[in-house]
Structures are given as C-alpha cells and as structure tokens.
Write a protein that binds this ligand. Sequence first.
Ligand code: AHR
Length: 624
Amino acid sequence: ATIKIAPEKARPISDMLLGAFFEDLNYAADGGLYAELIQNRDFEYQPGDKEGRDKAWISTHSWTVKGNGSEMAIDSVSPIHINNRHYAVLTTQKTGAALVNGGFDGIVVKKGQAYNLSLFTKQLSGANTAMQVSLVDADGSVLADTKLDAANTGWKKLSAVLTPNANTEHAVLEIKPLTTGKVALDVVSLFPQNTFNGRVNGLRADLAQTIADIHPRFIRFPGGCVAHGDGLGNIYRWKNTIGPVETRKPQRNLWGYHQSAGLGYFEYFQFCEDIGAAPVPVLAAGVPCQNSGTGGAGQQGGIPMAQMDEYVQDVLDLVEYANGDVNTTWGKKRAEAGHPKPFNLKYVGIGNEDLITDVFEERFTMIYKAMRKAHPEITVIGTVGPFYEGTDYEQGWDIADKLHVPIVDEHYYQPPGWFIYNQDFYDSYDRSKSKVYLGEYAAHLPGRPNNLETALSEALYMTSLERNGDVLSMASYAPLLAKEGHTQWNPDLIYFNNTEVKPTVGYFVQQLYGANSGDRYLPNTLALSSNIDAVKKRVAISVVRDRKTNDVIVKMVNLLPVKINTDLDLSGLNLAGKKVSKTILQGDPTSKTARPETSEISEQDAAKATLPDYSFTVLRFAAK
Ligand code: AHR
C-alpha cells in the first residue's frame, strides 16, 4: 500500500473525541466500581428491584442471623432519613447469635490493609447493646474485629478501622450482640481505605485505574437507559444521589437489580476531575424510556406539564451544583461535600435514545430553552434516538435543526460488516448543522463476543471518526463495565469480578485511540494494489497531529487475511529528531486475548511498516 500524507492540508478536529460511557448496568456500580463491600447496607432492597420480582429481594436481602437467641425484623417507623426508610431491628434474648452480611458474592479483604467500618445504631430497649463486629473467613476464623456500643438517644454513627490478619475472597461481616436488648441498625458500611485516589465513599482502585488508562477526554454518566428510567418514577434524579449517603434515595435499577445511589453525582464529578475527564451528565428529557410515563403499554407519556417547571429547575440546579459559587444553594451543597471549587461542568446531555414524539419535543424544548437562557456557557447535547430501521432518527434531527442544538447524541450497535461498509457515514454530514456525539456504539456479532474481529471493525470505523472530527465531536463505546455472573448486556469493554479486572480486546482499541489522540487531521491517501471494493474497505488509515506535543500519529487497520507492506511517504512532516514507537494489536479474528505490543523502531522502518493480517498498528512519531 502506498500512503501519502498532506500535512499542508491539516485541519482542526475535536480534541474531545474519545470518552467513556458509564452506566449502572451489569452491576457496574454497587458491587462494581463503587467500593462499598456490604450488600444492601441500608436494608432498602425491595421486592420490585429484581427481575421477575423475586421475593428474596426484600429489606433483609444479603443479611442472615446466624445462631440462636437473636431475631432480625425490619422497621420503618423512625428512620435516619425519610429517603432511607428501612432499618433492621435486632432483638437479642440470649447472646451468641450474629447478624451476618456476605457482601457481593463474598467480601474480599487483604492482609494488613485498613478497612473503614461504620454503622448507625439506636438502642430501642434494654441497656446499650455492646456489639462485637468482626470480619470472619469462610472457615470461621476471625480476620479482624472491634467492639462497639450502641447509642441510646437517636441514631448515631459508630466507626472503627478493621485490619484483617489474612487475605480472603470469602469473608463475611458479623455483628454479634454481647448483651441482651433491642437495637436498631442501619447503613452498615465497610470500605477499603485504598480507594481510587484515597477518596472517602470512593471507587474500587483497580477498576477506576483501568478506566483512567483509556485516557478518556470525558465520562458520560449515569446512562444509557438508567438516565431516563423505565417509567416516570424511575427517572434518575440527581438530587437523590448527593449528600450524606444515609440521606440518599435508592431505587430500582431497570436492568433488574437495585441502585443504592452511593455512587452518585458528587462521586461521578469527583472521578472525572481525578482523571482529567470532562463530566458529561445525561438527564432525562422529561420523558422516560419510550415515553412510558402513563397508562401502560401503548400509552405514551412524560412528566405532566404541571410538574415540568420543577423538573426544568432540577436540570438548571445541576449546573449550580457543579459550577456555582459556594454561596449559592446548590454550590453550598457541593462545598459541604468537600469540594468548594467548581467542577467546571461544560456539557449537559438532555435525553437518551428517546421516542421522538410531541410529548418528547414539548419537554425537550422547554428544558433546552431554559438551559440556553440560564446557562449559555453550557453546551447542551440533545438526542436523535437510535439509528436503526424504523426509529425516529430523522424526526430527532428535525428538532435539533429547528432548535439549533449544538450537539446531538447518536447510538448504534451494528455487525462488524456495517462498520466496515459505512466508513463514509459522517463524510456527507452537513457541517452547518448540529455536531455529533456518538454516545453509544459497538460491533455486535452473534453470541455477542468482544473479540479481535469486533475490535478491529471498531478501530477501522474510528479512523473515519477522526477523519470527520470536525463534525463528530465526541464518541464513547458502550457499555463500559460488566461483572461476571451479573451481566445483562454483552459485549462490554471491561469485565471484572471481585478480585480481577479483565479488559477486552476492544478495550485496547479504545485505549490506543485515547492515548494517541490529536487535534489536527492530516489528510492522506491510501493506494492498494487491489481495486476490489470489499478489499479496499478492509484497510483504513488515519493521521493526526497533537499540537500540545507536536507528535504525529498514524493509525492503520488491516482487516484482511493477508499482510500488507506499506510505503509511507513521511516527507513534509518534519519528523527529524523524533523517535518512533510502533504498537501492534494482531491475532486471529476470534481472539479474545490479543494484546497490543509496543516497540521502538527507526523512521526508515516506520516508512516501510508491515501491517500483519487482522491487525491494528499505531505509529507515534514523538519528540525525543
Ligand atoms: O448501552 C446499553 C443500552 O443500550 C443503553 O442503556 C441504552 O441507551 C441503549 O439502548
């Protein structure tokens, strides 16, 4: 293949192109990224939370009483906070029994590491209950313990640090009354101290680091479908997810489980800041998924218009929460949470893959106009619904055109062949209209694997995203996380269990793009010896320059079953004195274990690089 680059025709592209899409799907939050080790810590699991309305999902889920002499009941007459209504009442007539929590498929602890234990107690009758709180291994050995005395007037938070004397993946937390009486317990929490960046109420360090290693320029949260919910009562309300955790309002997760809201808007903003990514919150456009607001199947509804002013205010308040002065109502709440400085919010998404109807348009327009008026500094990202046969994609664009929405969110999950044959998707987009945020995309094969074939078809397509980086402002593969054994959607970018993080092949494509982004596109031509379209479509190249470092990056994808020898014309790029690194991701198309390998090469070798069959090659010409 002969490749010519025209640096003199360099043109600006978005420097926000690659981001991460986080949704609480596949146990991505509780039991996942959120580092809390106690499951159902606040006794708020409800029967409706679980897919199929499993009766086991009630307030006592994950909790058992071991031994005789104590009984657990659930009460709600005098909660810590109205948002957190249920709590356990432990009545002990004879000591010896313990209240036990097994975490999310077991509690993983490490020898010598410190864990912050806390729980709220209130003595209901009898003398103050003395309690032994222990981490206990599967064989019954005590790994760490502490003694705490319940409070007798009102709810009181008790805290201690537990430092286990051995490693295990199967610990349980035991709360054993040492005296008789009746004590109320709530928000029983256990966190490793070594969360990501050492944050209190923080994130699992290994998972958060794996996300950070993508080098995302932004993080979208909290969805996806979770953002708009599957009914009016299920719309994600950011105000329910901030403040002390015992005052947050948990709710059913539409993916068939429970969301504690422990990982809430403050934590999302903080994580974005910690990894240098722009926060991109997505709020419902006043309608839930498919406008499923009223009347059941076939009926379409949104938030009643009489309540829309209040909803619009909620959206505006989010900007104040993120960016407002500490003297503002919501800015003060951010400061109280420990972050007086603004979070520098610049983007707000309104709507997710919605059914584009009058109900949607009326509400979206109201929110959009209010936002433009109150916060012209915020870039609103609208939605045009998913791009599939029979969806309202065109109507979504009509609304965006009418309102001059700066960016719209497009979604598509398609087979690899679609990505191969639609590399010109954005070439003809009207540059005078809204820019695009490709908020969800992934290549889907039967059986939904994430393998080299899907990863390379994404890499191939992404060369066209960079080429169209003047109109394609942002893009995020979806979904991001999936816990093994608790997965509702495949493929995902990063699989994990309680002890391991397992990035997929597709993850490395995202990471290579994230670590090798640029803000100038250098037009280029690629001439292959074959003129067959099906062959030509399987080879693609993108060349960018990063003006911060002045590095030039060449990305080349070969989805053919044969290697390609290249002849890369590097003249005119001023590469003298640059060192060249070559990273190759290659293997069998079905491979799930292919990993990138990097080596230093000479400029001469770079100019004659061989693209192995089924491979993604990145050449980076960097200052020495
Ligand atoms: O990414 C998984 C789901 O796909 C999202 O929640 C939804 O927006 C889309 O349909």
